[in-house]
Structures are given as C-alpha cells and as structure tokens.
Design a protein around this ligand. Sequence first.
Ligand SMILES: [Zn+2]
Ligand SMILES: [Zn+2]
Length: 359
Amino acid sequence: MIRAAVLPAVGAPLEITGIELPEPGPGRVRVRLAAAGVCHSDLSLSNGTMRVPVPAVLGHEGAGTVVAVGEGVAHVAPGDGVVLNWAPSCGSCHPCSLGEVWLCVNALNGAADVHARAADGRELHPGLNVAAFAEETVVAAHCVLPAPEGVPLTDAALLGCAVLTGWGAVHHAARVRAGETVAVFGVGGVGLATLQAARIAGASAIVAVDVSPEKEELARAAGATDYVVASEGTAREIRKLTGGHGVDVAVECAGRAVAIRTAWESTRRGGRTTVVGIGGKDQQVSFNALELFHWGRTLSGCVYGNSDPAADLPVIAAHIRDGRFDLGALVTERITLEGIPGAFEAMLAGRGGRALVVF
Ligand SMILES: [Zn+2]
Ligand SMILES: [Zn+2]
C-alpha cells in the first residue's frame, strides 16, 4: 500500500488514502515520487471544468526515482531520476507528423486505464496519465523523461507542467524577441515561470498583472519590471508604462474572459496575445469586427506551451544550472498530500504561486 490523493467523484473532496499499485508490465515504469506540484488543472479536474474518468489519482507535475521497469523499457533504469510528462506524444498522429507534438491526439489515451486499486477495491484511473499525487506511480515509459543533471529532483517536479508551459508560451507560442515588451496576466506557478522565461528572452519591460496586490514581490523576483493590480484601468495603465503603445506581447495565464480581453487590449497595434490559461465554456470573450481590423492584433491559444518536452528540458536545465532560471522562486509552499485541499483553496482565493507536495 502506498498513500495517494484520490478524486472519488467530480466535485467531491479529495481523499488521502492507501492504494495498491500493480507491478510495471511491459513498457511501463514504476517511479517513487520526490515531489509533485499542485497545478490549477488539478483543481479544474476536481471541480469538473476539465474532465477525466474518475475515481482518479490526480497530480500531473512530478519527478522522482525509477524503482522498477517492465519488459522492453530501455531509456531509463532503476535508480534513475525522471521527470513525469503528462502529455506524451505518439509520434504518428496527424499533429505529431507535423511536428506539433503538444497537440498529439493520443496524449491522454491512458486516462481511461485502470491505474491502481483503492483499499476498498475501487478501480482508480490515472488522472492526466501520471497520477503524481502519490508516493509512487506506475506510468507508460514515454511518460518519463530522464531528469536533467544538476537539478534537485524535488525542484525538477515543476519542469513537468508549469515550467514547460511558461517557457514554451514565451519561446514557442509568442516567440518573444530580445527588446520586446511583455505583459503576463496571472501570477501563479505558470505565470511565474512565464515571467522568468520572458526575462531570459531579453524582454525590455515585463509587466506582471494579478488581482492580488500581495504577489508583487514574487513577481518582481521572477523578472517583472512593473506590477499592476488588475482593475478596469489595467490596459490603460500598461499602455502608459510602454510609451502609450501597449506591449508587444501579452501572455494570459488565468483562463478568464476578462483577463483575455484585457490582455488583448494591452498589446500595441499588431501585438500578440497568447492564452495559456485553461478556462471554462462559460468564459466568453467578444470582439467587434472593426476593432479586429483596426488593431491588427493576433490572439492565439497555446497547449502545454507548444513545447516538445524532450527537446526543451535540456535547454531549460542549462538555464537552471547557470542560475538564470530559479525553480525555487516558483514555490510558495511545501506541503504533504494532506495539504492539497488547502492549496486548492489558496488558488481559488488567488493566493500564492506553486504549492509543492514533497514526499
Ligand atoms: Zn498543470
Ligand atoms: Zn500523436
């Protein structure tokens, strides 16, 4: 028996309970978790904004040590440090064949598998493939990537979602160039990673926007040169900070209609807005035809930072080792499995950056 955080049903509170994991069969890997980050998507799964088969072991941002491998697994061995990848690509579907591995149509095929059994015999699914809110997990081999050298495994957990997403939003989706100005809406785990990525990209001004005035210090430590508490006047304020023009790039990390609209309004004529946040169907954003013409702006969605984890992790790891990317600056709280419901509450209240479950 190992301990895990189980979502028994959509809308129900998490249960911290014992589960029984199977031995890793062919092509599968058993991992002892070092740490797992609490992502907004875990909250979205628990309240039904996003759906996976339940009951499920949540958690999709983790790193740990391989304890056993099944037949045919060659790229990792027991004792190796690994980062979990919740969105593995199949390599053969239409998006994969175009090189857009983040859009792989088969990425979440594993979500319906039976992952483990609860003490009472219930069959449990693996949430977003990797079931990281547990002392140990068993995952498909393509869901583990060798952990980068020189990065502590507890910190490396964050690479698997927040960091890849924020990094990719800046470097792949928005393609921020040195000297450009950037605004980041929402200062949670992904927002903080986005700020750091914008700093590394050489952005000349980085405006962080959040509904809470309490995240200013966090945001500035991650690279923000200005901090704006979200209000009706946010777009005007950002234009004032950028010579009246607006920023070249806005990255929206909250998945909220008002933030998406404000992000778009905060960019200059011809500016680009990338939406990273995952919102619900109730979040309707509207534009009139004349303003779309007049402003000549671009608005685009973004999945997992449009990143290819296998290619991006080594690049990000080099920035970490050289002190340019600070994983520790993302973590605002270190908790146990029992702390996850409290971390959800903090997210709903708009507090904090990333809570990290340390095993
Ligand atoms: Zn996530
Ligand atoms: Zn694919």
